[in-house]
Design a protein around this ligand. Sequence first.
Ligand code: PGA
Length: 259
Amino acid sequence: MDKLVIGNWKMNGRRAANHALLAALLQEPACNRRGVSVAVPALALADVAAQLAGQALSASAQDVSQFADDGAYTGEVSAAMLAEYSVDFVLLGHSERRQYFGEDNRVLAAKYDAAHAAGLRPVLCVGETLAEREAGQDEAVVAAQLEVLIGRADGDLVIAYEPVWAIGTGKVATIEQIAAMHAYIKQWVLRNTKGAVSIRVLYGGSVKAENADAVLSTPNVDGALVGGASLDVSAFRKICETAEKLIKYGNSQDVNLDR
Ligand code: PGA
C-alpha cells in the first residue's frame, strides 16, 4: 500500500515564503512524487499551481463550497473553480472547520458531492475530542462523522483520522489508539458502504519528523495529514522520506479488506 502525505498549511504563508518552501520541496525526490500534496489557502492556489505545473508534488485545497453551481454565494470558492487549478485532494470537515464554522454532516455531504462531481478527491476528516474519548465515545463520534460516506464511498476513498486533542498540541495518540481507530474506521466503511475499491486512512495530529516512522508503520495507517510540520522544509522532507521508505519496504499487517 502506498503512503500518502498531505501537508495542511492551514491559514499560513505569504507568497514569497510559499514559493521558497515549494522550491525546496521540489528539489527533494521523496517530496516531489505522486502521493505527496500540499493543501494550501485558496488564495495561494494560482501561484502554487503555476509553480507545481508539470511536477509530481500536487496542490490540494483545505475546503470547498457546499454549493456546486456558480451564483450568489458571497465569499465562496466552488469545486469547479478549484479544479481549474489542478487541485488534487480537498480536505473536508477538518476539526477546525467543524469547530469554528459549524460544519455538520449535512454541509459535508453537499461538499463531498460537489468535490466529487468536479473530479477532486475528498479527504473526509474525522476525530473525537478528549472529553469524548474519556467518556468512551470515540468510536461512536467517529462513526457518526463517517455517516457522510453512506451512499457516497466509491472509487478510492481517503479518510483522515485526527483526534482533536492531538492537533497542534504536540500530543500524539498512542500507536495502540491509532491502530485501533484505523481498523475500526476501515471495518465501519466495509460494513456500511458498498462502493469503495480502496480505503486509505491517514493519521493526523502532531505528526513530526521524530514520530513519522512510528506513526506511518502502524497497521492500517496509509499516510499522514501534517499540519505544523508541513511548513518546515526539513521536517516535511523527513516525513516524506519516511513514507517513501515504508512504501519500498512496507508492512503487511493491514486489516484484510475483502468483503
Ligand atoms: P498538526 O495539524 O500536525 O499541526 O497537529 C494536523 C492537522 O490539523 O491537519
